[in-house]
Design a protein around this ligand. Sequence first.
Ligand SMILES: *Cc1c(COP(=O)(O)O)cnc(C)c1O
Length: 343
Amino acid sequence: MDSEPTLRLRIDESALAANWRLLDRMSGTAAAGAAVKADCYGLGASRCVPVLRDAGARDYFVAHWSEVPDVAAHVAPGSISVLHGPLTAGDAAFARASGVRPVLNSLPQVRRWLESGGGPCDVMIDTGMSRLGLSPDELGDESLSRLDVELLMSHLASADEDSPLNARQLALFRDAIQRLGARRHSLANSAGIALGPDYSFDVTRPGLALYGGVPRGEFDGLIRQVGFPQAAVIMLRRIRAGDTVGYNATFTAQRDIPAAVVSLGYADGFLRCRGTDAALQFGEKRLPLLGKISMDMVVVDCSEAPDLREGDWVDIPQHLPDAAAKSGLTQYEILTVTGQRFR
Ligand SMILES: *Cc1c(COP(=O)(O)O)cnc(C)c1O
């Protein structure tokens, strides 16, 4: 017999599929792939990858080698790229054995891949982020001519802004394409897709917008919320005028308040910065937070919901642009801090 969970996350599969199709259409002649790293940004690879596959995605991007099995369970290994690249000979051997493509980010990674026997791989060029990727001045290295490059890519630093850096990165990427042969090319993340056809090349790599994020105004009203988290009420209590609530007694009741203790805390990714003027929802009813968020619990005012009972499920607001604006977190953070206790 299983015990009942007190946190659950509903995935709107049709919204996820619709977001992928929208981003694929906006990619023009390019095909949209899918960034599925970090367990599909916290929404769950086992749930999301089959939906993206059935919608039509053919290129999947994870960050870590450890993320490969959860994705490879649903798609052909040859459609998976590992962004961090091979750090060890073991990584290279794993890629060769499984058919997953490493993204080569540095000359040492290039040599490691060639020494392990080589084979189809991807290459990342750094065009202005100073993060992963070969610098343009390394592209003349002799070792690169021995690679079998499937996807040549770079990553935009400021695609969510109208920054002159976008055009600079685009120009550097075009130079790199002239100098290094590859079957396909890829530059745009979610926000980059909105920068127009010049940025699309053959494959785009949306992540955030697939999962309900809105990185640029062009997506307003088009991207749908995908993840709908809920938490259960553990107990109801009556707080008396003058009582304080929670750690450090930061809230003092000015009147008697019917309250509920909800199974949701910062260990579940509901960080304290989300507590300012925040409320959970019971249907249309607002349940304002009282006092600080604890590791495993919050206390809410349920004056507006007299019918609320122990064991009822309440909604955690997860409209990403709104939740980000209210908390000061990024939309990426709100998604990816989702804890392990949700079913
Ligand atoms: C995470 C990542 C993406 C997806 O970016 P979003 O902004 O989430 O769309 C694309 N490409 C690379 C290299 C990434 O690391």
